[in-house]
Design a protein around this ligand. Structure first.
Ligand code: IPE
Ligand code: MG
Length: 230
């Protein structure tokens, strides 16, 4: 979800106004995803590197995050959405962590869609953390290093409860992953749009899904092989 700051600056508004408008887009896209039957939606809301932004911007983002969790609670519960998080949530201030953890707990049995918020998240960080956890298990004698394969590794990742990542969307014209879901994006389709996140709406989201639908995913095979398998 990129481009909040530039959206605001273009209008002579403070960056936080862009983040505020970005929260409106989040609402619209979560609703659209739920309606069209997306099983899981992960939003890169705050990266591990975003802590380096000016303290007042970080503080306002934390305030917005708290507002989001509180305001969206009824929508999430009424729509049978399970909220989970990835990232180092322990770093969040308690005024965010507390309502967040409560909503995660209360929505844990919801089934229609998983909404995953990446908070204080970094893809490299998560790979390193998983590696460390597996090393600890080997050291403790509960895991043989020869038994570590892709499946075992994935099972130890924070994203273990999510389906395979199919589509990654980045707004605002930047064409890079910026440390998002590095392991999980191995076979994801990438979709880039010039639109700033506050202008990213339902119609744009549907356009991204349509683009995804039109792609041939070969997973290393040839197109011909795929057509034979059917
Ligand atoms: C994305 O918008 C929102 C967050 C990272 C929280 P930016 O704040 O990165 O917006 P730009 O890139 O400065 O336009
Ligand atoms: Mg940005």
């Amino acid at each position: 979800m990129d481009g909040n700051g530039r959206w605001a600056q273009l209008r002579g508004l403070p960056r936080i106004e862009g983040h505020r408008r970005g929260a409106v887009s989040v609402r619209e896209i979560v609703r659209a995803a739920r309606e069209v039957g997306v099983r899981a939606l992960t939003l890169y809301a705050f990266s591990a590197q975003n802590w380096l932004r000016p303290p007042d911007e970080v503080a306002m983002l934390m305030q917005l995050l708290r507002d989001y969790v509180i305001d969206e609670r009824p929508e999430i519960m009424d729509n049978d959405i399970r909220l989970i998080t990835i990232g180092n949530v322990d770093r969040l201030p308690s005024f965010v962590r507390e309502p967040l953890e409560a909503l995660k707990r209360d929505s844990a049995n919801n089934r229609k869609m998983t909404l995953c918020l990446a908070l204080s998240y970094g893809g490299r960080e998560s790979i390193v953390e998983t590696t460390r956890a597996l090393c600890d298990m080997v050291k403790a004698g509960v895991l043989n290093s020869e038994d570590i394969d892709e499946e075992r590794f994935q099972a130890a990742m924070q994203t273990h409860g999510l389906p395979q990542l199919d589509l990654m969307i980045r707004t605002s014209g930047e064409e890079r992953l910026s440390n998002f879901l590095l392991w999980e994006s191995a076979y994801a389709e990438l979709y880039f749009t010039e639109t700033f996140w506050p202008d990213f709406n339902r119609a744009e989201f549907i356009r991204a899904l349509d683009s995804f639908r039109g792609r041939e995913r070969r997973f290393g095979r040839t197109g011909e092989q795929l057509r034979k398998i059917g």
